[in-house]
Design a protein around this ligand. Structure first.
Ligand code: ZN
Ligand code: FE
Length: 256
């Protein structure tokens, strides 16, 4: 089996689109469709022909291209079963614990509700690859719009259990703003300080800070670190539960 090819591109300002291409079978999937024109351009740039769309959740900046791309390519649209009614042109609804094949490669569905009630992430275990939509960001996590902080914390724990070397793509380039917040709640984290410097340099050169890895997020993303002593000291929450600390970090970020 040849390695999966991956093409990440920006759209709508701070959204990311990602195409994955299986050279063995010729299949190409768009992870979400933030913008029809941007996905079309990415297909032209790569020379790949769209066969699948894998949606993470129903927000417009993740499904905008579904209808137009379906009309042209008649691609198979896979999306979250718990919000299937809000995914335009969906063909196949999938939920937590299910596995389907992309070519000959298994794709595991991880339920990651919180940002929306039905949001899912996609994990390709053989490739060590995950697509986390608006659930896990580099140094951040999605806003809790439809679910509860407890729900989001459970979802993030599911992602945190993936192997550290797992490569993670997500829906937005929010990393610099996330870093500025992260350092306020975890100021003693040397790995975070170093990453902050790397992020500033990347963004000054208009370079993406994604993909990231589960290991890097475990070491530096405060939303995955509510057990951290420094964070608990800053928040004055030494004896709270992890879920409570997570909820407080999320609240502070909302108001940052
Ligand atoms: Zn969203
Ligand atoms: Fe989004």
């Amino acid at each position: 089996m040849t390695a999966l090819e991956i093409h990440q591109f920006t759209s709508r300002g701070d959204n990311y689109g990602v195409l994955i291409h299986d050279g063995d079978t010729g299949l190409t999937a768009s992870i979400d469709t933030p913008e029809e024109a941007a996905v079309r351009k990415a297909l032209q740039d790569t020379g790949w022909s769209l066969t699948h769309i894998l949606n993470t959740h129903h927000h417009f900046d993740h499904v905008e291209g579904n209808e137009g791309l379906k009309a042209e390519f008649n691609c198979t649209i896979i999306g979250p079963k718990d919000e299937a009614g809000k995914i335009p042109q969906i063909d196949q609804a999938v939920g937590h614990g299910e596995t389907f094949l992309f070519g000959n490669r298994p794709v595991r569905v991880i339920g990651t509700p919180g940002h929306t009630l039905g949001e899912i992430s996609y994990h390709l275990p053989d490739e060590g690859l995950a697509f986390t939509g608006d659930t896990l960001f580099a140094l951040g996590c999605g806003r809790v719009f439809e679910g509860t902080p407890e729900m989001m914390w459970q979802s993030l724990q599911r992602l945190a259990e993936l192997p550290r070397e797992t490569i993670v793509y997500c829906g937005h380039e929010y990393t610099l703003a996330n870093a500025k917040f992260a350092i306020t709640v975890n100021p003693e984290n040397a790995a975070l300080q170093q990453r902050m410097n790397e992020i500033i340099a990347l963004r000054e050169n208009d370079q993406p800070t994604l993909p990231t890895t589960i290991g890097l997020e475990l070491d530096t993303n405060p939303f995955l670190r509510p057990a951290d002593k420094d964070i608990r000291r800053v928040l004055a929450m030494e004896s709270a539960t992890d879920a409570e600390v997570f909820a407080e970090i999320r609240k502070r970020k909302d108001n940052f």
